[in-house]
Structures are given as structure tokens and as C-alpha cells.
Design a protein around this ligand. Sequence first.
Ligand code: PFF
Length: 431
Amino acid sequence: MAASGSAVGLGNIWGFPTNAASNGGAAFLFTYLILAFALAYPALMAELIIGRYARANAVTALRTISSGNKTRLLALLVGFIGIVTVSFILSFYGIVSGWMIAFFFDPVARLLGASQLSAWLTNDAVMRNSLFVVLFMLLTIYIISAGVKEGIEKWASRLMPSLIVILLLLIVYVLTLPGAMDGLRAYLIPDFSLIADPSLLVDAMGQAFFSLSLGVGTMLIYGSYISSNENLPTIGSLVALLDVGIAVMAGMLILPAMYVALASGVEIYDDSGGLIAGPGLIVSVLPSLFSTMGAIGVFVAIAFFALMTIASLTSSISMLEVPVAYAVEHHELERHRAAMLIGSAITAISLIIVFNFDPLFDLVVTVTTEVSQPLLGFAFCIFAAWIWQRSEILEEIKKGCPEVESGIFWKIWPVYVKFICPVAILVVYFQ
Ligand code: PFF
């Protein structure tokens, strides 16, 4: 539940549907499904297995499976770049998640007749953004301070079922509204002429890696908390299936909602004629739609932004856990202190971005998710398949899945992470 919570986030509910909308609808969906299962799932398995074997954070784990000084140095480098990358991802993710909390309170304020407060909550200002990123980061720090069992596991198993219920209710409701079927059509009817478009491939791979939280040590550290009796290939498939399933379902909410908005007179296209996909979608198109719905719109808005906040929180805790686990295990810092110190440092970075939004926000997003994450995913595949002993990998998986050697997973996965994944990641990357 915790690993699925990490995977399911803004990337699924916002990133996936808008990527699909601007990349030929089902053509993107189709490519995404292939890349998620063919490239991201094997990379996810590599992280989970390394983590469970080493029972440690990424730096220590990669060093444990390395032999020789050069590979140990490389392990240190990859582990560290992962920690830095995930910290920067959290710094921008926290800002966007802060907006989600502000928009959650907006309908509540309107319900109470506080129209000035409502205007303040929805106005994109430095003050509001600073306050809400701090609030969101405090929630994240609070859960991580409480520890793996009392914090991460407890909250993931409370929040994830709520997320699924809210998502389902919203889909059912939105699909009954006029215009929704046009949205479903735009989403599900493929424009196959776009399928060989390099930008579609790059977007789909970036989306798959971001969505499964890969390359930065999150899944590795969660892997290190999984009991030896658990069947890793099954757990990995469940996480991937849930992640992809929720992304596909979110598409069935967001795109129909956009066309319902269009039918109610809300502008959903940008100046270049494409569907509005950036922040405007969540903070302008959807709230305008909710306000056309009358009284029920208030509750739909509360449900939608609760969904977004929950999705963000189960992902942000997994991000903060990466540097915190490293500090606790490697520098013997007390968990509470580590969460506070590291969480505050990341919040400070977020505030720097908030105060310099235009030059910094897109830059941090691009460098972390489009440059760093795929390269780190590549490095994890190299560690799992080329540096680590194959017999040790098999022993590790066998602990919770004694029959693995005769199954399909062991026939395909080792060859896959060794040759196909690294080459495919590089090919798509250099496209
Ligand atoms: N998987 C999350 C999402 O789809 O929103 C984002 C994410 C979480 C990225 C954790 C990286 C990470 F380590």
C-alpha cells in the first residue's frame, strides 16, 4: 500500500491525463502501457530486490552489491545523486501540493461565506504559495517522524483506500454530465499517426519513470522494509498495476471533466489550440467547471482537491524517507531530528523556488525528471544486472517465492534488465 501510495500521485491524476490529451489520446495510453510494463516494471523490480537484499538506503545498498573500488565509488555517486534528485523533486512537488491544499480550503471558505478568504486562497501569490508549501511540508515531516510503521504504513493504508473511493465517485458523477462522452472519445480514440513521434516516446517514458517513483531510491528504501517472506515479483506487479490502473482511471475523470467544462462555456484550449495542460488545468479550468455545477460543485471541488492532496502526501512521504533513511542509517541521526532538519532544508529550497518561480520551477522539474531520473534508472539496471551476482539475486527472490526459477519472471527479467532496459532507456533518452 505504501509503495503504491508513492507511485500514485500528481503524476497519475494530473500528469498522465494531460500528457495523454496532448499526445494523441489513446496513442499515448497504448505507448505508455507498453513502456510501463516493458521498461519501468523491470526497473522497479531491480530497486525492490536490491533494497530488500541490502536492507539499507540507496548509498549503502548499492555499495553492498558492488565489488571493487571503482564500482563502490560509482555506487556512492549514484546513491547520492538519487538523494539530491529526490530532494529537489520534493521541493517542487511540495509547491504544487500546497496549491492543492489551498484549493481544498477554497470551497470550504465559500461554503462559510468567506469570499475574501476564498479570493486569497485561489490567487496565485507568493505569500499564499509560501504558507501552503510550509503546511504541506509540515504534514510530510510529521508522518515521516512517526516512523515506518506508525507513520508511512499507517497513513498509506488509511489514505490509499480513500483515494480510490473518491476517484471512483468523481468518475461516476462526471460521466453523467453533458459533454463527458466527447472527453472520453478524445481520450480513448487513438490517433496512431502520432505513435512513432519521438516526443510521444520521451513523454511516455518520463511519465512512466516519474509515475513509478523510479531511479531515486524511493522504491529501494521501501524494498528494504519488505519482509523476506513476501513474493517480490507479485508485489512489484501489484504496485505497477495499481499505478497504471489509477492513471488510466484518472484519464476517465480529467478529460471528460474538461469537455464538460467546455460544454458549460469554460475555455479549455490554450493559444496554440492545444488542450490546457499546465497548472491552468487544475487551478483554473476545473475550479471554473465546479463553480458551474451549483451547490453540488462545492462538494465535488472539496472531493477533488482532497483526492489531489492525499495523492500528493502518500508520494511526498516516500520522497522524504529517502534522505531521512540515509541520515538515520548512515549518520546515526535520530529519526525525528533527521526528518525535521532535512524536511526544513527542502522547504527552504521550495521557498527559494516560490520567490523565483519563473526562472527556477521549470528548470528544477526538467533537470530532475527528464534528465536525472531516466539516467538513474539506467544506472540501477546496470547495478542489478551487470555488477550484482546473479546467484545472489535469485537467492533473494527465492526467500519469498521459492518457485521463481521455474516461472516466467526469472526467464525474462534478468535478460531484460541486462540488455533491453538499459539500451531502450538510452535510445529513448537520446531521442
Ligand atoms: N510517483 C509520484 C507521482 O506519480 O506523482 C511522484 C514521485 C514520487 C516521484 C516519489 C519520485 C519519487 F521518488
